[in-house]
Write a protein that binds this ligand. Structure first.
Ligand code: 13P
Length: 249
């Protein structure tokens, strides 16, 4: 069974609610596709108007983060139930920017992955190495650890539905995309790691995206790789180019 591609935009900390609605309205006709799952991961405050603006389209809405508790005295945090009630289907977890600036660890990411599944949200769990790690030759060791801890206590049926985004940190926002060979090598390594944790059936079904300077010019080659099931797109998801990335064929 061929895996369905999934192309997700990660808007990061961009677009006010009114700008967000305008962008959705601009992109909606451009990202129409029957072959690819399309997700807009947007800032928390944009979620409600974006869900509304996406009604009747093929676009699903994702959050960029979530807390791992149900509710309570966690000022400033957003709970999984708040997301599902607002119509969110996906949640980006453990993005390298959250690991770097907001002290997220493999352990907190794991708690969030478990909590997301408990609420029927599909996690897009991010992993990826620094340039230094790549140069030291420890890329796969580091990513295997991120994946192993991130999926601790996640059942096989849930893992099948998860999305993993491989985003080399040195390729994020730099215009320096990983080569297709580098991207495919790591995505295949992640799939092998999933097969070790679970089995071949889970590894065959789980979807693995590449992220890091994906654009209209390189998407087709990246997404054609055997183990790359789409992309997590930052900068180019805020422009009409995103339509070309979704319709990369
Ligand atoms: P860019 O596409 O801007 O490099 O960002 C990638 C990313 O971090 C998506 O989550």
């Amino acid at each position: 069974m061929a895996r369905r591609k999934i192309v997700a935009g990660n808007w990061k900390m961009n677009k006010t609610p009114s700008e967000a609605v305008a962008l959705v309205n601009e992109l909606k006709p451009l990202v129409a596709s029957e072959d690819v799952d399309v997700v807009f991961c947007v800032p928390a405050i944009d979620i409600i108007p974006v869900v509304e603006a996406c009604k009747g389209s093929n676009i699903e809405v994702g959050a960029e983060n979530m807390y791992f508790e149900e509710s309570g005295a966690y000022t400033g945090e957003i709970s999984p139930a708040m997301l599902t009630d607002a119509g969110v289907k996906y949640v980006v977890l453990g993005h390298s920017e959250r690991r770097e600036y907001f002290a997220e660890t493999n352990e907190t990411v794991n708690k969030k992955v478990l909590k997301a599944f408990e609420h029927g949200l599909t996690p897009i769990m991010c992993c990826g190495e620094t340039l230094e790690q790549r140069e030291q030759g420890v890329t796969m060791d580091f990513i295997r650890q991120q994946v192993k801890v991130g999926f601790q206590n996640v059942g096989a049926e849930q893992a099948k539905k998860a999305v993993i985004a491989y985003e080399p940190i040195w390729a994020i926002g730099t215009g320096k995309t990983a080569t297709t060979e580098q991207a495919e090598e790591v995505c295949a390594g992640i799939r092998a790691c999933i097969a070790e944790i679970y089995d071949d059936a889970v590894a065959e079904e789980i979807r693995i995206q590449y992220g890091g300077s994906v654009n209209a010019g390189n998407a087709a080659e990246l997404f054609a790789q055997a183990d790359i099931d789409g992309g997590l797109v930052g900068g180019a998801s805020l422009k009409a180019d995103f339509g070309k990335i979704v319709n990369y064929k």
